[in-house]
Ligand binder design. Structure first.
Ligand code: C2E
Ligand code: MG
Ligand code: MG
Length: 649
């Protein structure tokens, strides 16, 4: 508001006083002729002038002051209106924020009674504002175990200081769910600076927490078995080692690998493989409850840390318990499987003082168990390192050995013991490596069985042997059987019969002259599954021999069910045949039993005439061994036997 100042500017005190004084003087003089009176009038005119001048001047001054005050008042009113407008806007804004916010906002008094409750709070808790007003939020939302901490919170807030990001309360909603919130609490004070109420703003972090939990699960747990994975093991193992170190305790790291897992995966499919992994996970979990940290490493590998270890005997006892639990038969898809595992053990602090070394040594020891025929345990020893590097060399060079034709076959004659004539040959694999020289099949067959490379090698051998048979056939050298050793794993490979059919057709060789030598351990392990694939092979006309008979566990009853034509008695029984009666009884029993089942018997490892004579006496059909001939190169086979066959012809 602007005031009109013009009147004030126009008023001149001198002029006003002069006009009034002159009027007074003129009028006064007109009504008197006395000198005394006129003198008095003159004097009083001067006085009137000064009095009026002074009065007008004062009035003008007062007017200016009033005007100034009015100006100030007008400014103040203007400010007040602006503040009011601003306050109104701010209220609108905060009301809007509180109403539409995605934050839980509520106010409460010092008795925890709820004073206001925003729509978002209604949404997440399920309560309407009118249901909660006047009620204690502590009683309404908090679980009993959360309640005690509220007192401390209020004590702090009463000091007038706000509290930011106070970590999560768990609130119980109307429908009984739990939600987690993170809070900022601000006290509100009155004119005396006393806290009268508190405004609490909460962020609902339930989804975030769940996501973190889920991510945590993915990052630290195996999806299939739910067991801790390698990353979590790493973290936990360091803590376990640290604890053991401080208490001067021993630990055992067990590296557990399921035997022939790849075989189950390849033959029964991945879903059966997954079932087995879950099954083993459960078996291991329920084995020991305390002093036991179980985790899942790679595909079919688990790790167990045994704590509270007394001595080596204690580790052996606990490991054997684990192995026995795994060995219990496992059924899937109507088949029963005998599962076994290989366990490598490293000890803290004897073998290493950190997780990585202990795992590495456990793994080496496990690998050693595999090479020694699986299904057992082994404690890490320093010499293992060398052995492992040799094995690694083998595993890394197998493929190249096939491509570079480093594999050759030798053929060992099988003789008809009655007539003394040639009955056939067994093909035996020879690997001449440019760096390492001759490497025995006993060294690499168990190894590559475990890696699965055996399947490629077996088919390579089959092709080489059948190709050789064809070459001899074309030379006119025929009418004998050819034995080829087949690993258990290759036999269980799906479609082995199809592949054999193709090779036989390609080389035009009579299937009846092919004998697959299989070892009996395969039957001891997974007899039901094997029989199916063996019958498929027999359909092709191919014959089968059960190799190394007597070293495994197959029973007579099992033998009866197998589609085999020959039994090969293991050389360990032949060795002492002429000297001890015990082995003689065993061999006689085997021969009689085989004959009763309509099977022929081949004796392996005949080194002396005496052994041969006993075998003839016991009625053995065929024999093979250094006494007759060592395994020979094809040229030597031709020089010795083709000539004989030709002569006989
Ligand atoms: P096997 O099938 O029992 O083969 C017979 C083994 O006895 C051969 O050893 C042979 O050289 C040896 N031998 C033959 N006559 C005598 C003898 O009079 N006295 C003694 N002490 N030994 C004799 P080799 O060639 O070292 O083969 C060892 C094993 O390796 C074989 O045992 C067989 O299980 C496996 N193998 C050999 N070649 C192959 C193959 O091509 N594929 C597969 N899967 N395994 C093979
Ligand atoms: Mg053999
Ligand atoms: Mg044998």
């Amino acid at each position: 508001m602007r005031l009109d100042n013009r009147i004030d500017e126009r008023v001149n005190p001198q002029k006003e006083a002069l006009i009034i004084s002159i009027i007074y003087l003129v009028l006064g003089s007109m009504f008197t002729s006395l000198y005394d009176s006129r003198f008095f009038i003159a004097i009083s005119t001067v006085l009137i002038y000064f009095i009026i001048y002074d009065r007008v001047k004062r009035i003008k001054k007062m007017n200016a002051v009033v005007y100034e005050s009015l100006e100030e008042l007008s400014e103040a009113t203007k400010g007040l209106v602006e503040t009011q407008e601003k306050l109104y806007m701010e209220k609108m804004l905060s009301d809007n924020i509180i109403k539409n916010s995605s934050l839980v906002i509520f106010t409460w008094d010092l008795d925890y009674k709820i004073l206001s409750f925003n729509p978002y709070a209604e949404r997440v808790t399920g309560y309407k504002e009118e249901e909660v007003i006047g009620k204690s939020w502590v009683d309404l939302f908090l679980h009993d175990d959360e309640k005690p901490k509220v007192e401390g919170l209020t004590r702090y807030l009463k000091s007038g200081k706000p509290l930011k990001n106070s970590i999560g309360d768990v609130w119980r909603t109307k429908d009984g769910r739990n939600i987690e919130l993170i809070w900022t609490d601000s006290p509100i004070v009155d004119e005396n600076n006393d806290v009268v109420k508190i405004i609490s703003i909460g962020t609902d972090i339930t989804d975030h927490k769940n996501l973190v939990k889920r991510l945590n699960k993915i990052a630290y747990y195996d999806g299939l078995t739910g067991l801790p994975n390698r990353s979590l093991l790493e973290k936990e193992a360091e803590k376990i080692i640290e604890r053991a170190r401080s208490k001067d305790e021993k630990l055992a790291f067990l590296y557990v690998d399921i035997d022939d897992f790849k075989q189950i995966n390849d033959t029964l499919g991945y879903s059966a493989g997954d079932k087995l992994l879950i099954h083993i996970g459960q078996v291991l979990k329920s084995n020991e409850k305390n002093n036991y940290y179980l985790s899942k490493l790679g595909e079919d590998e688990y790790s167990i840390i045994l704590t509270g270890v007394k001595d080596k005997e204690d580790v052996i006892e606990r490991t054997e318990r684990i192995l026995n639990a795994i060995r219990q038969p496992w059924c899937t898809d109507n088949y029963e499987f005998n599962i076994s595992a290989s366990i490598g053990i490293s000890l803290f602090p004897d073998n290493g003082d950190n997780f990585y070394d202990l795992m590495k040594y456990g793994n080496m020891a496990m690998f050693h168990v595999k090479q020694r025929g699986k299904n057992g345990y082994f404690f890490y020893q320093d010499e293992l390192g060398e052995r492992i590097s040799y094995n690694t060399f083998i595993i890394n060079h197998i493929r190249r050995a096939i491509e570079e034709e480093e594999f050759k076959l030798q053929y060992q004659p099988i003789i008809n013991l009655i007539t003394g004539e040639l009955y056939g040959f067994e093909s035996l694999l020879r690997w001449y490596n440019p760096e390492r020289g001759y490497i025995s099949p006993m060294e690499y067959i168990p190894l590559i069985e475990e890696t699965g490379q055996i399947v490629d090698v077996t088919f390579h051998v089959l092709k080489m042997a059948i190709k050789q048979k064809k070459l001899w056939q074309d030379m006119g050298f025929k009418g004998f059987v050819l034995g080829v050793n087949i690993s258990n794993k290759s036999l269980m490979k799906c479609g082995i019969d199809e592949e054999l059919k193709m090779i036989l057709r390609e080389y035009d060789v009579d299937p009846k002259e092919l004998v697959l030598e299989i070892t009996e351990t395969v039957f001891a392990d997974n007899i039901d599954y094997c029989i199916d694939s063996l019958f498929g092979v027999r359909e092709l006309g191919i014959r089968m021999a059960l190799d190394d008979f007597g070293t495994g566990y197959s029973s007579l009853a099992q033998l009866k069910r197998l589609p085999i034509n020959y039994i090969k008695i293991d050389k360990s029984f032949i060795k002492n045949l002429s000297r001890t009666t015990e082995d003689k009884i065993i061999v006689r029993t085997i021969i009689n039993m085989a004959h009763n089942l309509g099977l022929y018997v081949i004796a392996e490892g005949i080194e002396t005439k005496a052994q041969r004579d006993v075998l003839i006496e016991l009625g053995c059909d065929y024999g093979q061994g250094f006494y007759f001939a060592e395994p020979l190169d094809p040229v030597d086979v031709e020089a010795t036997y083709f000539v004989k066959v030709e002569k006989n012809a």
